[in-house]
Design a protein around this ligand. Structure first.
Ligand code: GAR
Length: 187
C-alpha cells in the first residue's frame, strides 16, 4: 500500500477524485491532507473521508522542517499538489526528489508562475486569443510551475468561451487524468 499526501487550498475537487480513485483498491491511500487556508473546502472533504487534515503554519512551512518530518513519518510515497498555491520550499523539494507533483490548469510554460491560478489563468488564455488550452501535470521544483512535464492534455478554446466555460473544460481533463497519473507514478 502506497501513501499519498495531498496539499490543497481550494474546493478540493481534484483531491476528492484522487481519494475516490484509490478507495478500496489496496493500491494506495491518502494519508494526510494539508492546507494553508482554514476555510478551504478541502477540510470538509477530509472530515467526511476521515483523513487527517493539517492547517499549515506559514512560518514553519517556509522556515522549519515540521512538514518534511510529518510526511516522512507517514512514509509518504507521493506528494500531490491539487490546487496548492504556495511555492514549495527547498527542504521539502529536496526531501522528496521527483516525488512531488502539481497540476496546472493550462499548457505550461505558457500561463504559469506566481499569481497564475484558477480563473486568472483562464482569463489570460482568453485574452491572449489562444485556440487551445488544457492541463499540465509536472514535477515540482523550487520555482513556480517549472519542473519536468509528466503529461499535457488539450482542449479547444472557442470564440464563445468565458473563463467559466473554459474552466469547466479544463476541469474535465483534470478529473480524468490526475488520478491516473498518480496511479502510474506509484506503480
Ligand atoms: C485546479 O484547477 C488546479 O489546476 C489549480 O487549482 C485548481 C484547484 O481546484 N491549480 C493551480 O492553478 C496551480 N497553479 P480544486 O480545488 O477543485 O481541485
Amino acid at each position: 500500500m502506497k501513501n499519498i499526501a495531498i496539499f490543497a487550498s481550494g474546493t478540493g475537487s481534484n483531491a476528492q477524485k484522487i481519494i475516490d480513485h484509490f478507495r478500496n483498491t489496496g493500491l494506495a491511500r491518502v494519508t494526510v491532507i494539508l492546507s494553508n487556508k482554514a476555510e478551504a473546502g478541502i477540510f470538509k472533504i477530509a472530515e467526511r473521508e476521515q483523513i487527517p487534515a493539517v492547517l499549515i503554519d506559514k512560518e514553519q512551512f517556509f522556515r522549519g522542517d515540521t512538514y518534511v518530518k510529518l510526511l516522512q513519518d507517514l512514509d509518504t510515497d507521493l506528494v500531490v499538489l491539487a490546487g496548492f498555491l504556495w511555492k514549495v520550499p527547498a527542504n521539502l523539494v529536496q526531501a522528496f526528489p521527483n516525488r512531488i507533483i502539481n497540476i496546472h490548469p493550462a499548457l505550461l510554460p505558457k500561463f504559469g508562475g506566481k499569481g497564475m491560478y484558477g480563473h486568472f489563468v483562464h482569463e489570460a488564455v482568453l485574452a491572449a486569443g489562444e485556440t487551445e488550452s488544457g492541463i499540465t501535470i509536472h514535477y515540482v521544483n523550487e520555482k513556480y510551475d517549472d519542473g519536468g512535464v509528466i503529461l499535457q492534455e488539450r482542449c479547444p478554446v472557442t470564440a464563445d468561451d468565458t473563463p467559466e466555460t473554459l474552466a469547466r473544460k479544463v476541469q474535465v481533463l483534470e478529473h480524468r487524468w490526475f488520478p491516473l497519473i498518480v496511479e502510474r507514478l506509484l506503480k
